[in-house]
Every structure is written in C-alpha cells, then in structure tokens.
Design a protein around this ligand. Structure first.
Ligand SMILES: Nc1nc2c(c(=O)[nH]1)N[C@H]1C(S)=C(S)[C@@H](COP(=O)(O)O)O[C@H]1N2
Ligand SMILES: [Mo]
Length: 328
C-alpha cells in the first residue's frame, strides 16, 4: 500500500509539473506568478518523494523484471530535468553545447513525459476508491507542505547567495540591463532578417507605411521583454502605438505578421498596449532584434513581440483563434 501511494503521488506530481510548466510560458503579468511558484512546488514534491521511490526501485531491481532499462532511463531523465531546473533558477550557467538551459530543461521534460507514459503503461497503478481516503488526503497535504517548505528554503538561499544585479522576475527570468546585450532570439527556426530601412514597407489594414512614418509616431513606452528562454530586459521602446493606426471597433482581433511568416493574434481592445517600435533605448533596432520595425507587446511574453513586421490585419475571428504558442 505504501508503495502504491508513493507511485500514485509521483504520477500526480509529474502531471501537475507538466501542466504548470507549460502554463508558465503563458504568464506575462504578476497575477500569474502563482503558476510559476506552483511549478516549483510540485517539482520539489517529486524530490521529497524520491527516498520512498528509491526503496520501491530497489525492490524492483532485485526482481529483474522487463522494463528495467526503461525505468533507469526515466530515472536519469528525471535527474536531468531537476538539475537543469535548478541551473535555470540560479542562472549561473546559460548554455551547454549550443542549447540554452531552458531548451535543455524543456527537452528533458518532454523525454520524461514520454518515458513516464511508457513506464505507466507497462506498470499501471490502477486508481481505487480507497485512494481518496481521509488518510491519503492528509498524506498528500503533508507532502505539499514539505515541498512548499523546501521551496521557501531554496528561495531564501538563492536570495542570499545570488550575485547582485542578477534580478529575477516573477517568471523566474534573469535580467539583462544593457540594451546592447539583448540577444537575437528566435522562437524555433526563424533566421535573422536584414531588411532595408528605406525601402521596407509595412501594410497596415491595406495601407502601405514606410519605416520613417512609424518612426515619426513619437511614442515611447517602457516595457519588459521577457523571453521564455529565461531572461528579461526592461527598455524604452519608440515608434507608433497601434491605437493611432487601428480603431478599436475595426474588428474582433489584430494579426501582426513578420516577413518570415511568424505571426500572433491580439484582442483588438488591446491596440493601445501594442507599439510598432523602430528604436530601443534611443537607438535604431539592430537587425537581430527585429529592425527596422518590431512589435512591443506590453505585459506579454517575448514570443508575442513579432520581429521584422511586414503586415497588420484586422478580422472578425476571436483573439484565441491561434495556436497557444507559435509553431515556427
Ligand atoms: N519573426 C519572429 N519574431 C519573433 C521571434 C521569432 O522567432 N520570429 N521570436 C520571439 C521570441 S520567442 C522572443 S523572446 C523575442 C526576442 O526578441 P529579441 O531577438 O530582440 O531578443 O522575439 C520574438 N519575435
Ligand atoms: Mo523567447
């Protein structure tokens, strides 16, 4: 029974870690900070359970059942997810072998998901009515309390031990202060575009605009670009606010497109929070950062900040009519 309980708790903690991890990518404002905290706590619940699981694994290994290699692979993958998670949080190591720590963390995470699926199919833990007994609910509560305690402890250590100047945001991202050091970051496989400042045109609701026109808008907003890769930067961005070009009753949603085909859709009542930017911190946007013109989407994560904007359209589709995360 105790082994069953551990396995069930592990399964549920893994499912919650996956769900909160995926949801953390959607968080852009402090009201969603709890999702990121929850991801930390349920992940630590897996750590808290590990001594009990070690006992179960020890028993299993002496029996030489099929699926041993799968179990060992799964254990290794889980250790790698936890290790990359810790490295992400501390921010001391940013890249290994050309991959960012977040790419490694998500990659190992997806590996764990597929191995867990295979492992659970091979060794199913059927739920029983007794699983929801008062005693087990108390156990689950105790587990969460222990994990939360561990989370508070780790946060405390990080606060004291982290190098000053490496502020962490509620998303867990680390700060880049100098605008010149903002990396050229692609979501998946876009490549940096080199567009000509004078001849590039932006089609906005069927009307062609030059970069010079966007520059002349004279709007400057301070906004935070927070990449799901684990860094953020707060800068002054200048150009033209979209509410100067699009009326809020022009349709249901606004689609912003890049010359690369990358696009994102926004609710039309948020046009006053979207800026077509030509400058960062008073300087023209470098090609890598989306020059000559990119979108600044206040309070939204980096993948909304479409670079190398070529067109803006309005239509009657609802704003959620798009993949939750970009696909290119
Ligand atoms: N066209 C295009 N725009 C894009 C992306 C992309 O891959 N293609 N990546 C987005 C992501 S994930 C982030 S974090 C920011 C990064 O902006 P930066 O390159 O200025 O750091 O651009 C966003 N805009
Ligand atoms: Mo990003």
């Amino acid at each position: 029974m105790a082994g069953r309980r551990t396995n069930l708790a592990l399964l549920w903690a893994s499912v919650l870690a996956l769900a909160t991890g995926a949801a953390a990518f959607l968080v852009g404002t402090p009201s969603g900070a709890w999702v990121v905290v929850a991801h930390g706590v349920v992940s630590l619940a897996i750590v808290v359970l590990s001594p009990w699981k070690t006992v179960i694994v020890g028993r299993g290994l002496t029996r030489r059942r099929t699926g041993r290699w799968l179990s060992m692979g799964l254990t290794a993958a889980i250790l790698l997810v936890l290790a990359t998670g810790v490295l992400l949080v501390t921010g001391q190591v940013e890249e290994v072998g050309g991959l960012t720590m977040m790419q490694l963390h998500v990659g190992f995470g997806l590996l764990v998901v597929s191995l867990t699926l295979a492992h659970t199919l091979q060794r199913p833990v059927p739920h029983r009515a007794a699983d929801l007994s008062r005693r087990n609910v108390l156990h689950a509560g105790g587990l969460l309390a222990a994990a939360a305690g561990l989370w508070v402890l780790i946060e405390g250590i990080l606060d004291v031990a982290l190098v000053p100047g490496r502020e962490r945001r509620f998303t867990g991202s680390h700060e880049i202060i100098d605008a010149a050091l903002v990396p050229a970051t692609q979501w998946i496989n876009d490549s940096v575009q080199h567009l000509d400042h004078d001849s590039h045109e932006i089609d906005i609701l069927g009307t062609v605009h030059t970069v010079a026109e966007i520059e002349a808008g004279g709007d400057t907003v301070e906004a935070t670009l927070d990449c799901t890769g684990g860094w953020f930067t707060t800068q002054d961005w200048s150009g033209t606010r979209l509410d100067r070009l699009i009326r809020p009753d022009a349709g249901m949603s606004v689609v912003v497109r890049s010359v690369t085909g990358y696009w994102r859709r926004f609710p039309i009542d948020q046009v006053d929070r979207l800026l077509l930017a030509t400058h960062i911190a008073g300087r023209p946007l470098p090609d890598g950062n989306g020059g000559p013109v990119r979108l600044v989407a206040t309070d939204r994560r980096g993948y909304w900040w479409v670079k190398w904007v070529s067109a803006i359209e309005v239509d009657e589709r609802p704003p959620w009519w798009q993949p939750p995360l970009p696909t290119a």
